[in-house]
Design a protein around this ligand. Structure first.
Ligand code: OAD
Length: 245
Protein backbone atom coordinates (compact mmCIF):
# COMPACT_ATOMS: atom_id res chain seq x y z
CA UNK A 1 0.00 0.00 0.00
CA UNK A 2 1.53 3.32 -1.00
CA UNK A 3 0.82 6.36 1.12
CA UNK A 4 0.60 9.83 -0.39
CA UNK A 5 2.16 12.59 1.70
CA UNK A 6 0.13 15.80 1.25
CA UNK A 7 2.28 18.75 0.12
CA UNK A 8 0.39 20.99 2.55
CA UNK A 9 1.64 18.82 5.42
CA UNK A 10 5.24 18.93 4.17
CA UNK A 11 5.06 22.73 3.96
CA UNK A 12 3.60 23.08 7.44
CA UNK A 13 6.31 20.83 8.84
CA UNK A 14 9.03 22.74 7.00
CA UNK A 15 7.73 25.99 8.50
CA UNK A 16 7.52 24.58 12.05
CA UNK A 17 9.99 25.63 14.74
CA UNK A 18 8.74 23.35 17.52
CA UNK A 19 7.68 19.77 16.92
CA UNK A 20 6.28 17.30 19.45
CA UNK A 21 5.87 13.59 18.78
CA UNK A 22 3.98 10.88 20.66
CA UNK A 23 4.86 7.29 19.85
CA UNK A 24 3.26 4.02 20.89
CA UNK A 25 3.84 0.33 20.41
CA UNK A 26 3.12 0.55 16.65
CA UNK A 27 6.45 2.24 15.92
CA UNK A 28 8.30 -0.78 17.30
CA UNK A 29 6.06 -3.33 15.55
CA UNK A 30 8.31 -3.40 12.48
CA UNK A 31 11.25 -4.21 14.77
CA UNK A 32 9.37 -7.34 15.82
CA UNK A 33 7.97 -6.20 19.18
CA UNK A 34 4.26 -7.04 19.49
CA UNK A 35 1.78 -4.22 20.13
CA UNK A 36 -0.80 -4.43 22.93
CA UNK A 37 -4.20 -4.09 21.30
CA UNK A 38 -3.89 -5.42 17.74
CA UNK A 39 -6.60 -8.07 17.50
CA UNK A 40 -4.58 -11.26 16.95
CA UNK A 41 -0.97 -10.32 17.60
CA UNK A 42 -1.36 -7.85 20.50
CA UNK A 43 0.00 -8.83 23.93
CA UNK A 44 -3.33 -8.10 25.63
CA UNK A 45 -5.04 -10.57 23.25
CA UNK A 46 -2.88 -13.36 24.71
CA UNK A 47 -2.14 -12.21 28.25
CA UNK A 48 -4.26 -10.69 31.00
CA UNK A 49 -3.13 -7.13 31.81
CA UNK A 50 -4.81 -7.39 35.24
CA UNK A 51 -2.42 -10.21 36.13
CA UNK A 52 0.72 -8.83 34.48
CA UNK A 53 0.48 -5.06 34.50
CA UNK A 54 -1.08 -3.99 37.81
CA UNK A 55 0.33 -3.65 41.35
CA UNK A 56 -2.39 -6.07 42.49
CA UNK A 57 -1.32 -8.69 39.94
CA UNK A 58 2.29 -8.34 41.13
CA UNK A 59 1.21 -8.72 44.77
CA UNK A 60 -0.72 -11.90 43.87
CA UNK A 61 2.01 -13.53 41.81
CA UNK A 62 5.35 -11.68 41.87
CA UNK A 63 7.25 -14.59 40.29
CA UNK A 64 4.94 -14.77 37.26
CA UNK A 65 5.10 -11.00 36.68
CA UNK A 66 8.90 -10.82 37.17
CA UNK A 67 9.46 -13.66 34.74
CA UNK A 68 7.09 -12.25 32.11
CA UNK A 69 9.00 -8.96 32.11
CA UNK A 70 12.33 -10.80 32.13
CA UNK A 71 11.26 -12.65 28.97
CA UNK A 72 10.12 -9.40 27.32
CA UNK A 73 13.38 -7.71 28.33
CA UNK A 74 15.35 -10.52 26.70
CA UNK A 75 13.35 -10.42 23.47
CA UNK A 76 13.62 -6.60 23.27
CA UNK A 77 17.41 -6.84 23.71
CA UNK A 78 17.52 -8.95 20.55
CA UNK A 79 15.77 -6.49 18.19
CA UNK A 80 16.99 -3.45 16.27
CA UNK A 81 15.50 0.02 15.67
CA UNK A 82 13.66 0.21 12.33
CA UNK A 83 13.50 2.93 9.63
CA UNK A 84 10.67 4.67 11.54
CA UNK A 85 12.88 5.15 14.62
CA UNK A 86 15.80 6.25 12.44
CA UNK A 87 13.69 8.78 10.51
CA UNK A 88 12.55 10.34 13.82
CA UNK A 89 16.16 10.66 14.98
CA UNK A 90 16.97 12.42 11.67
CA UNK A 91 13.89 14.67 11.93
CA UNK A 92 15.00 15.84 15.38
CA UNK A 93 18.07 17.52 13.85
CA UNK A 94 15.95 19.77 11.62
CA UNK A 95 14.00 21.65 14.29
CA UNK A 96 14.77 24.27 16.90
CA UNK A 97 12.81 22.25 19.48
CA UNK A 98 11.85 18.62 19.06
CA UNK A 99 10.41 16.55 21.89
CA UNK A 100 9.82 12.87 21.40
CA UNK A 101 7.37 11.53 23.97
CA UNK A 102 7.06 7.77 24.01
CA UNK A 103 4.81 5.28 25.74
CA UNK A 104 7.31 2.59 24.83
CA UNK A 105 9.66 1.06 27.34
CA UNK A 106 12.06 -0.48 24.83
CA UNK A 107 14.82 2.20 24.39
CA UNK A 108 14.64 1.82 20.59
CA UNK A 109 14.33 5.59 20.05
CA UNK A 110 17.51 6.20 22.04
CA UNK A 111 19.28 3.36 20.24
CA UNK A 112 18.29 4.92 16.88
CA UNK A 113 19.93 8.21 17.95
CA UNK A 114 17.02 10.29 19.28
CA UNK A 115 18.27 12.64 22.00
CA UNK A 116 15.28 14.42 23.52
CA UNK A 117 13.18 11.43 24.60
CA UNK A 118 10.53 11.61 27.32
CA UNK A 119 9.54 8.19 28.62
CA UNK A 120 5.98 8.30 29.93
CA UNK A 121 5.65 4.64 30.94
CA UNK A 122 9.16 3.96 32.28
CA UNK A 123 11.80 1.65 30.86
CA UNK A 124 11.93 -2.13 31.03
CA UNK A 125 15.72 -2.11 31.37
CA UNK A 126 15.47 -0.48 34.81
CA UNK A 127 14.45 -2.16 38.06
CA UNK A 128 13.04 -0.42 41.13
CA UNK A 129 12.07 -1.26 44.68
CA UNK A 130 8.34 -1.96 44.89
CA UNK A 131 8.21 -0.26 48.29
CA UNK A 132 10.64 2.66 48.13
CA UNK A 133 10.10 3.27 44.38
CA UNK A 134 13.82 3.97 43.85
CA UNK A 135 15.87 2.56 40.99
CA UNK A 136 18.16 -0.29 42.09
CA UNK A 137 21.16 -1.42 40.01
CA UNK A 138 22.79 -3.90 42.30
CA UNK A 139 20.75 -7.04 42.96
CA UNK A 140 20.99 -10.80 42.81
CA UNK A 141 19.95 -12.10 39.41
CA UNK A 142 19.32 -15.58 40.81
CA UNK A 143 16.11 -14.73 42.62
CA UNK A 144 12.75 -14.38 40.93
CA UNK A 145 11.96 -11.67 41.84
CA UNK A 146 15.07 -10.42 43.59
CA UNK A 147 14.75 -8.43 46.80
CA UNK A 148 15.80 -4.89 47.62
CA UNK A 149 18.18 -4.30 50.56
CA UNK A 150 15.04 -3.17 52.45
CA UNK A 151 13.50 -6.62 52.02
CA UNK A 152 10.75 -5.68 49.53
CA UNK A 153 10.57 -7.24 46.08
CA UNK A 154 12.17 -5.50 43.12
CA UNK A 155 10.00 -4.91 40.04
CA UNK A 156 10.44 -3.49 36.54
CA UNK A 157 10.48 0.33 36.44
CA UNK A 158 7.44 0.56 34.17
CA UNK A 159 4.06 2.16 34.76
CA UNK A 160 1.26 -0.30 35.45
CA UNK A 161 -2.49 0.23 35.15
CA UNK A 162 -3.78 2.28 38.06
CA UNK A 163 -0.40 3.90 38.73
CA UNK A 164 0.64 7.52 38.33
CA UNK A 165 2.95 8.47 35.48
CA UNK A 166 6.34 9.94 36.46
CA UNK A 167 5.40 13.56 37.21
CA UNK A 168 8.41 15.21 35.56
CA UNK A 169 7.99 13.21 32.33
CA UNK A 170 4.28 14.03 32.17
CA UNK A 171 4.95 17.73 32.78
CA UNK A 172 7.55 17.83 29.98
CA UNK A 173 5.18 15.98 27.63
CA UNK A 174 2.30 18.35 28.35
CA UNK A 175 4.53 21.37 27.91
CA UNK A 176 5.79 20.07 24.55
CA UNK A 177 2.22 19.32 23.38
CA UNK A 178 0.96 22.75 24.37
CA UNK A 179 3.87 24.64 22.80
CA UNK A 180 4.43 23.02 19.43
CA UNK A 181 3.63 24.01 15.85
CA UNK A 182 3.23 20.41 14.65
CA UNK A 183 2.31 17.33 16.70
CA UNK A 184 2.83 13.83 15.30
CA UNK A 185 0.96 10.89 16.88
CA UNK A 186 2.57 7.68 15.66
CA UNK A 187 1.68 4.02 16.24
CA UNK A 188 -0.62 4.49 19.19
CA UNK A 189 -4.24 3.41 19.52
CA UNK A 190 -4.87 6.65 21.48
CA UNK A 191 -6.80 4.79 24.16
CA UNK A 192 -4.59 5.04 27.23
CA UNK A 193 -4.71 8.27 29.23
CA UNK A 194 -3.08 10.63 29.96
CA UNK A 195 -0.91 9.96 26.85
CA UNK A 196 -3.99 9.97 24.59
CA UNK A 197 -4.80 13.47 25.77
CA UNK A 198 -1.54 14.96 24.45
CA UNK A 199 -2.59 15.31 20.77
CA UNK A 200 -5.88 16.86 21.93
CA UNK A 201 -3.96 19.38 24.04
CA UNK A 202 -1.85 20.22 20.98
CA UNK A 203 -5.01 20.61 18.90
CA UNK A 204 -6.57 22.99 21.45
CA UNK A 205 -3.36 25.03 21.50
CA UNK A 206 -3.56 25.49 17.70
CA UNK A 207 -0.94 22.98 16.48
CA UNK A 208 -1.23 20.98 13.27
CA UNK A 209 -1.94 17.41 14.39
CA UNK A 210 -0.78 14.50 12.22
CA UNK A 211 -1.49 10.82 12.80
CA UNK A 212 0.55 7.96 11.31
CA UNK A 213 -1.08 4.56 11.78
CA UNK A 214 -2.21 1.80 9.38
CA UNK A 215 -5.57 1.78 11.21
CA UNK A 216 -7.97 4.56 12.13
CA UNK A 217 -8.08 5.43 15.84
CA UNK A 218 -10.06 7.63 18.21
CA UNK A 219 -7.74 10.47 17.20
CA UNK A 220 -8.11 10.12 13.40
CA UNK A 221 -11.20 12.29 13.02
CA UNK A 222 -9.61 15.12 15.03
CA UNK A 223 -6.25 15.09 13.22
CA UNK A 224 -5.56 17.55 10.39
CA UNK A 225 -3.79 14.75 8.53
CA UNK A 226 -4.31 11.01 9.16
CA UNK A 227 -1.73 9.10 7.13
CA UNK A 228 -2.77 5.46 6.94
CA UNK A 229 0.40 3.43 6.71
CA UNK A 230 3.23 1.82 8.63
CA UNK A 231 5.58 4.19 10.46
CA UNK A 232 8.63 2.51 8.92
CA UNK A 233 7.36 3.47 5.45
CA UNK A 234 5.61 6.79 6.07
CA UNK A 235 8.27 8.50 8.23
CA UNK A 236 11.16 7.97 5.75
CA UNK A 237 8.85 9.23 2.96
CA UNK A 238 8.00 12.32 4.97
CA UNK A 239 11.68 12.97 5.73
CA UNK A 240 12.54 12.65 2.03
CA UNK A 241 9.82 15.13 1.05
CA UNK A 242 11.16 17.59 3.61
CA UNK A 243 14.67 17.24 2.24
CA UNK A 244 13.42 17.92 -1.30
CA UNK A 245 11.74 21.23 -0.41
P1 OAD B 1 -1.61 -0.30 21.19
O1 OAD B 1 -1.30 -1.75 21.04
O2 OAD B 1 -2.84 0.05 21.95
O3 OAD B 1 -1.72 0.37 19.76
C1 OAD B 1 -0.74 0.16 18.79
C2 OAD B 1 -1.14 0.94 17.56
O4 OAD B 1 -0.10 0.81 16.61
C3 OAD B 1 -2.42 0.45 16.89
O5 OAD B 1 -3.30 1.56 16.68
C4 OAD B 1 -1.94 -0.13 15.55
O6 OAD B 1 -2.87 0.10 14.50
C5 OAD B 1 -0.68 0.67 15.33
N1 OAD B 1 0.33 0.03 14.47
C6 OAD B 1 0.56 -1.30 14.25
N2 OAD B 1 1.59 -1.48 13.41
C7 OAD B 1 2.04 -0.22 13.09
C8 OAD B 1 3.09 0.26 12.25
N3 OAD B 1 3.89 -0.55 11.57
N4 OAD B 1 3.26 1.61 12.16
C9 OAD B 1 2.45 2.46 12.84
N5 OAD B 1 1.45 2.05 13.63
C10 OAD B 1 1.25 0.73 13.76
O7 OAD B 1 -0.31 0.38 21.84
P2 OAD B 1 -0.17 1.79 22.57
O8 OAD B 1 -1.09 2.78 22.00
O9 OAD B 1 1.28 2.09 22.61
O10 OAD B 1 0.93 0.69 28.72
O11 OAD B 1 -0.64 1.39 24.02
C11 OAD B 1 -0.56 2.33 25.05
C12 OAD B 1 -0.22 1.68 26.36
O12 OAD B 1 -1.12 0.59 26.61
C13 OAD B 1 1.14 1.01 26.39
O13 OAD B 1 2.18 1.91 26.70
C14 OAD B 1 0.98 -0.01 27.47
C15 OAD B 1 -0.36 -0.56 27.08
O14 OAD B 1 -1.09 -1.18 28.07
C16 OAD B 1 1.30 0.09 29.85
O15 OAD B 1 1.73 -1.06 29.88
C17 OAD B 1 1.15 0.98 31.03
Amino acid sequence: MSVAIPQELVERLAAARRVAVLTGAGISAESGIPTFRDALTGLWARYDPQELATPEGFARNPKLVWEWYAARRASIAGVQPNPGHTALAELEKRFEKFTLVTQNIDSLHQRAGSREVVELHGNIARVKCSLEQIVVNDFSRDESPPRCHCGAYLRPDVVWFGEMLPADALARAEDAAEHCDVFLSIGTSAQVYPAAELPLRALSAGATVVEINPERTALSRHAHFALQGAAGIVLPLLLNKLRQL
